[in-house]
Ligand binder design. Structure first.
Ligand code: ZN
Length: 133
């Protein structure tokens, strides 16, 4: 893993949380993006060289809606930057880690992403992300 790329935070109301994080972080969000395939709307802040990704559900059956229903709002995942998502997936699979995704998929913020199963990672939902270039 190259670095912690972003921290994903599940929120109920993207507009309200965007206002809150603007005040908290003293900076404007640099991007809003909806990933319809995932049923998620996102807002991104940059703090130093780590991003904060606010995640709100766009439909009731999305993973974020289910997460909030079960655990409430809060930290949803950590995302680490990698050079090659395929190589990292393969290496970690060999090391015994379990993946939620069989292969990298398109994520927000121009990334290819994949999630490790939190069962494999002490309960921390962990994402790897690779810049699409
Ligand atoms: Zn993420």
């Amino acid at each position: 893993m190259n670095k912690l790329e972003h921290i994903g935070i599940a929120v109920k109301n993207l507009d309200a949380s965007e206002q809150l994080f603007k005040l908290l972080l003293d900076t404007e969000p640099y991007k809003r993006e909806t990933v319809e395939s995932e049923g998620v709307a996102t807002s991104f802040f940059l703090v130093g060289n780590v991003k904060i990704e606010l995640l709100a559900a766009t439909r009731e059956d999305s993973a974020i809606a289910k997460f909030i229903e079960k655990r409430g709002e809060g930290i949803h995942h950590l995302a680490f930057d990698v050079d090659s998502a395929e190589e990292r997936m393969e290496a970690l699979r060999k090391a015994g880690f379990e993946w939620i995704n069989a292969a990298p998929k398109d994520g927000a913020d121009n990334k290819r992403i994949a999630f490790l199963h939190p069962k494999s990672t002490n309960g921390v939902l962990t994402e790897i992300c690779q810049d699409k270039t």
